[in-house]
Design a protein around this ligand. Structure first.
Ligand code: DO4
Ligand code: MG
Length: 302
């Protein structure tokens, strides 16, 4: 099952099941995707089964259907648009889970700390964002006012329920000020957490729908003035950790609210020439998880 949350003028927030080019509005039986997940957990079943039942009930009630394309607009009160696919209380990140990420970060920072973490039992986990620091699909991600090299980090993210297996997958952009991170690793929180530092979506995809979670292909493209200035690709087949390993480390002595998003690291490392600029369009795409599109703005330091 593929689930979206979206906004319709006069109706407000809606929940939908994506079926090809169409979205079936199931809001009357599931007011939010988080409520659907909580209901699934209370019944000790998966999100897939709960969403299927909600869809069947909504169809019996003649649920309205929309074109998915009609929701692909930047957020504005007078236009239908996509919202975050889940109202996550917290967004966390895992780092150096791809060899390339460890090697290039070490080379750029003239250190070995990233490779040491790559080979350690304990993964790198960091707090990434709250929802108000994130941009929804087609919303604006940001470059800090004090960063000259901010990079896209195109990643697969998992949604966490009560157990250690992901309850859903989505795409995430762990936008990061690499120059600040490289200046000193202790600056990592400042490179990672600020207004517009993250985007995720466009939809939640259940494990049943994803198929092999270690075969998710992610492509990333940066478009500047209509010209593609960077393209990269990775696959979760290159991920060095298991999702349940990352989730179990994250929740060790650390209470994680149901619906938390954990982004699992990047395997695509853009060069300095692909540093984000105001007006750039970033597209992160996966055959399994859809396409996450965001525009870039430069913050002004206030
Ligand atoms: O330690 C730096 C951040 C690593 C990261 O975000 C990644 O590998 O995706
Ligand atoms: Mg990352």
């Amino acid at each position: 099952m593929k689930l979206v949350q979206f906004f319709v003028p006069e109706l407000g927030k809606r929940v939908g099941v994506v079926d090809g080019e169409k979205v079936i509005d199931i809001t009357e039986v599931a007011p939010t995707t988080l409520a659907l997940l909580e209901r699934a957990i209370a019944k000790k079943r998966g999100l897939e089964e709960e969403a299927k039942e909600a869809l069947e009930e909504a169809m019996r009630q003649n649920a309205p259907t929309l074109d998915f394309a009609s929701l692909q607009n930047s957020p504005a009160p007078d236009k239908p648009h996509l919202l975050f696919p889940i109202d996550a209380a917290e967004i966390w990140g895992a780092g150096v889970t791809y060899k390339r990420s460890a090697e290039e970060r070490d080379a750029d920072s003239q250190t070995d700390i990233y490779t040491r973490v790559y080979f350690s039992d304990r993964p790198e986990l960091f707090f990434k964002a709250t929802l108000h620091r994130c941009a929804p699909p087609f919303g604006e991600i940001s470059v800090r006012s004090d960063s000259e090299f901010t990079a896209v980090e195109a990643e697969v993210a998992v949604v966490i329920g009560l157990g250690n297996q992901p309850v859903a997958f989505t795409l995430c952009n762990d936008v990061s000020a690499w120059d600040i991170e490289r200046a000193n690793p202790l600056y990592l929180p400042q490179s990672k957490i600020y207004a517009g530092c993250c985007s995720f979506g466009p939809m939640l995809v259940t494990p049943e729908q994803v198929g092999d979670p270690y075969g998710i292909v992610v492509k990333c493209r940066i478009v500047r003035n209509g010209v593609v200035i960077f393209e990269g690709e990775a696959s979760t087949s290159q991920l060095s950790r298991r999702y349940d390993e990352l989730i179990s480390f994250l929740r060790r002595d650390n209470p994680i609210p149901v619906g938390t998003v954990l982004t699992t690291g990047t395997g695509i490392m853009p060069p300095p020439e692909a540093s984000l600029h105001e007006g750039d369009i970033v597209e992160i795409e996966s055959p399994q998880l859809g396409k996450l599109v965001n525009k870039v703005r430069k913050l002004r330091g206030n």
